[in-house]
Design a protein around this ligand. Structure first.
Ligand code: ITT
Length: 447
């Protein structure tokens, strides 16, 4: 398939052709257009529309890209090509960048690539790709172009200009943006794509970055699974009122479930560290080393809670299987393992109640099984929701329904015994926090 690309930059054309070998890339210089938009998307759209008029009924694309340096407030940014003035002069740009960073210890930066597309019906869309890294003290390497000799991508100790073309393309901002372009053009679903915006570079404080890593807005729903498991046993397994021992073990299992979930979230982001999902590790806000330590601490905290509450072997087995499912899911993305994670969470709530002397009725296994199945199907169905707002809404409703079941479990447990009052209070506080955090930290909820 033909893809017309609006650029005069031969380096870009070479990289785009290497990254998208299945397309016939045809360069078309949008000569004379003024790139005067305040952001990459605006400039990419100006360029692509300049050539789209010349190729009606064809796919057209423009790449507007640049380097954003944190300590320079995002500069050179959209002015990357002409940072040291007109006309574009790469040695002068690089020298100015090094000069402006003299004495600065924070040298974090990222490359951003915005690709604007116009589909054969004239519909426009934009996608972004990022590559986080830092600016070296001096230039090195002879490959690539522009700021490549000064940019060291995260996870590497050499510059882009020291990497082979294949290596650079596999992690670069352009490689990541073009993967999205390939999916859009390949599927022919131009008009249905929701446009992405460029997340601000210098946005997150360290605290916000950690809140984002742990997806705090979603955390309160995790102990709810444990409550459902506990309620399912008490509902079918026995008629006893709840003693304070129940409240204690349920609370411990619920707390441990939060730590295990946090372990899973960090592990997921470590596995996807080279991806581009607007997440704190790929965005360079949290180092991979710090994330690894956090992952170990979360697992350790779950174990400590289990040991301190004297939870018995059934809980340890369920939790071990849960941690295994998390690890497998993060590496395979098989929906069944996501289902197992949540189902085992429910099971851990069921087995702790069993420890208090209540017979675990076979019926009590129904809740974990139903949960596993439901989450498996919803996870499988949610594939591709990022590009389909209707699907995203439907998935939100399906997941939201679970919260009502969790609430029902909480109310049921509360009615079973006065000693469960602390559970009710905890639940109420979590719900209030959930609502508050959705308001105060809307961006944190992106999963
Ligand atoms: P067109 O507008 O014709 O596409 P350009 O070079 O003017 O070509 P931009 O306005 O998008 O393109 O500016 C991009 C600048 O950002 C580029 O000149 C480099 O200085 C820098 N840049 C972008 N991607 C880069 C990469 O992969 N490696 C090094 N520098 C890059």
């Amino acid at each position: 398939m033909k893809l017309f690309v609006a650029t005069h930059n031969q380096h870009k054309i070479r990289e785009i052709s290497q990254i998208l070998p299945e397309f016939e890339i045809v360069a078309d210089d949008p000569e004379g257009v003024e790139e005067n938009a305040p952001d990459f998307a605006g400039n990419a759209l100006i360029k692509v529309h300049a050539i789209a008029e010349r190729h009606p009924g064809e796919w057209c694309m423009a790449d507007d890209s640049g380097l954003e340096v944190k300590a320079l407030g995002g500069a050179p940014g959209v002015h990357s090509a002409r940072y040291a003035g007109e006309p574009c002069n790469t040695p002068a740009n690089n020298a100015l960048l090094l000069k402006n960073l003299e004495g600065k210890t924070d040298r974090r930066a990222r490359f951003t690539c915005c690709c604007a597309l116009v589909d054969p019906s004239g519909e426009e869309m934009v996608v972004h790709g990022h590559c986080p890294g830092h600016i070296a003290e001096k230039a090195s390497g002879s490959e690539g172009f522009g700021y490549d000799p000064l940019f060291i991508p995260d996870g590497y100790d050499k510059s882009f200009a020291d990497l082979s073309a294949d290596e650079k393309n596999s992690i670069s901002h352009r490689g990541r943006a073009l993967e999205k372009v390939k999916a859009i053009v390949g599927s022919g679903e131009g008009g249905k794509v929701s446009n992405s915006s460029n997340p601000p570079l210098a946005h997150s404080s360290t605290l916000l970055a950690w809140l984002k890593l742990f997806r705090v807005v979603n955390l309160p729903t995790v102990p709810g699974d444990v409550l459902v498991g506990a309620a399912s046993v008490l509902c079918w397994g026995a008629d006893a009122a709840i003693s304070s021992r129940y409240a204690q073990v349920i609370a411990a299992a619920a707390l441990a479930s939060v730590f295990l979930y946090m372990f899973g979230l960090v592990d997921n982001d470590i596995v996807g560290a080279k991806g581009d999902r607007g997440r704190p590790i790929p965005d360079g806000e949290i180092s991979i080393g710090a994330a690894r330590i956090a992952r170990g601490l979360c697992l350790f905290a779950a174990l400590i809670v289990g040991a301190a509450a004297n939870l018995q072997s059934d809980w340890w087995i369920a939790s071990f299987l849960l941690a295994m499912s998390v690890v497998v899911y993060n590496r395979t993305k098989l929906s069944l393992f996501m289902g197992l994670c949540r189902g085992l969470n429910v099971l851990s709530g069921a087995v702790v109640v069993g420890m208090c002397g209540i017979e675990l009725a076979a019926l009590a296994l129904v809740a974990p099984l139903v949960w596993t199945l439901y989450i498996t199907v919803v996870t499988w169905y949610s594939t591709g929701e990022e590009n389909d707002p209707d699907k995203k809404r439907r998935v939100g409703l399906l997941v939201g329904g679970i919260v009502y079941l969790q609430l029902a479990a909480l109310i049921y447990l509360t009615m079973k015994g006065a000693s469960v009052m602390p559970l009710l209070v905890t639940g109420a506080v979590l719900l209030v926090l959930l609502r508050l955090m959705r308001r105060v930290l809307p961006r944190v909820s992106a999963s």
